[in-house]
Design a protein around this ligand. Structure first.
Ligand SMILES: C[S@@+](CC[C@H](N)C(=O)[O-])C[C@H]1O[C@@H](n2cnc3c(N)ncnc32)[C@H](O)[C@@H]1O
Length: 258
C-alpha cells in the first residue's frame, strides 16, 4: 500500500500520488483536486489532522517570529485559504504585510472572503500565480513561507530556486510539510488513519474520496526530512535545519538566504 519516498534527486513532477504521470500532467490534476475541495478545505483540514494542523501552523509562526513593522514583507506561497498569512499578520500586531500566492483561484477566493471577515484586507494581497515562476522582482521579501504546499508543486527544485531569488539577503525560508513519521507504533496508527479513514471522511464531507486519496498518497511520496533539507541546500540556502512535529507527521524546514 505504501510507496517509496522520492529522493533528493527529484521525481515528484511525474508522481501524482502513487501514480506515475507524464511530465506536465501533474499540475492540472492537482488543480482539479483543489478546485473540488476549496469550499470544504478548512473543515477537512480539522478533520484530517484532528485539529493538529492549527498547532503546527502556530509553531511555524512562532519559529518565524514576524517583525512588528509595516516594512516587513512576507510571501506565503501555495497560501490557499490564508491560514499562514493571517497568522503572520496577527503575530505582527497587524503591522506586517503578507502576499498570499496560489495557483488556484477557487482556494484564493475562499481566502479573500475569510480575510474580509477578519478585517485583514489591508495587510494582505492575493496573487494567482505559479510557485515555479513567481511574478516578483528579486530580493523583495523578508520571509517566504509555504505550508502543506510544496509537495503539490510539480517542480520543487524550481519553486525553491524561485524562493531563493525573491528573498532579500538575510531573508528566511520556512516550509511546513507532512513528513516521515519517526516513531515505531505511531507510523502504523498513522497509516491506518491516512489510508482508511481520511478518504472516507473526504467522501462524507466533500462528496468525493479521490482528492483525499491523492493527498494521503502524495504525503508518502514526498522526500523525507533529510532529503528535503538537501534539496533546500541545493537551491542555495544556508543554515538549513528541520524540526519534527508530532513524531515527524509534519516537519518544519528552515533556511536562510545569506
Ligand atoms: C494543501 S493546500 C495548502 C494551503 C495552505 N497553505 C494551508 O496550509 O492550509 C495546497 C495548496 O497548494 C496550491 N498549489 C499547488 N500547486 C501550486 C503551484 N504550482 N503554485 C502555487 N500554488 C500551488 C494549491 O492550489 C493549494 O491551495
Amino acid at each position: 500500500m505504501v510507496a517509496n519516498r522520492t529522493s533528493a534527486d527529484g521525481g515528484m513532477e511525474t508522481s501524482y500520488g502513487f501514480r506515475d504521470v507524464a511530465e506536465g500532467e501533474k499540475q492540472g490534476l492537482v488543480n482539479d483536486v483543489f478546485h473540488k475541495v476549496a469550499k470544504r478545505y478548512d473543515i477537512m483540514n480539522d478533520v484530517m489532522s484532528a485539529g493538529l494542523h492549527r498547532v503546527w501552523k502556530d509553531a511555524m509562526i512562532a519559529a518565524l517570529n514576524p517583525r512588528k513593522d509595516p516594512d516587513y514583507r512576507t510571501l506565503d506561497v501555495a497560501g490557499g485559504t490564508g491560514d499562514i498569512a493571517f497568522r503572520i499578520v496577527e503575530a505582527s500586531k497587524r503591522l506586517a504585510h503578507s502576499t498570499v500566492l496560489d495557483i488556484n483561484g477557487s482556494m484564493l477566493a475562499v481566502g479573500q472572503e475569510r480575510a474580509q471577515k477578519k478585517g485583514l484586507g489591508d495587510n494582505l494581497t492575493f496573487v494567482e500565480a505559479n510557485a515555479e515562476e513567481l511574478p516578483f522582482e528579486a530580493n523583495s521579501f523578508d520571509a517566504y513561507t509555504i505550508a502543506f504546499g510544496i509537495r503539490n508543486v510539480p517542480r520543487i527544485d524550481l519553486a525553491l530556486s524561485e524562493a531563493f531569488r525573491v528573498l532579500k539577503r538575510g531573508g528566511r525560508l520556512l516550509v511546513l510539510e507532512f513528513s516521515e513519521v519517526q516513531m515505531p507504533l505511531l507510523d502504523r496508527v498513522y497509516d491506518e488513519w491516512s489510508f482508511k479513514a481520511i478518504p472516507k471522511f473526504g467522501k462524507m464531507i466533500t462528496g468525493d474520496a479521490e482528492p483525499y486519496q491523492y493527498l494521503v498518497e502524495s504525503i508518502r511520496k514526498f522526500p523525507n526530512q533529510k532529503d528535503f533539507a538537501v534539496m533546500i541546500e541545493t537551491a542555495g540556502f544556508s543554515k538549513v535545519s528541520f524540526t519534527n512535529y508530532t513524531g515527524g507527521i509534519a516537519a518544519l524546514h528552515s533556511g536562510w538566504k545569506i
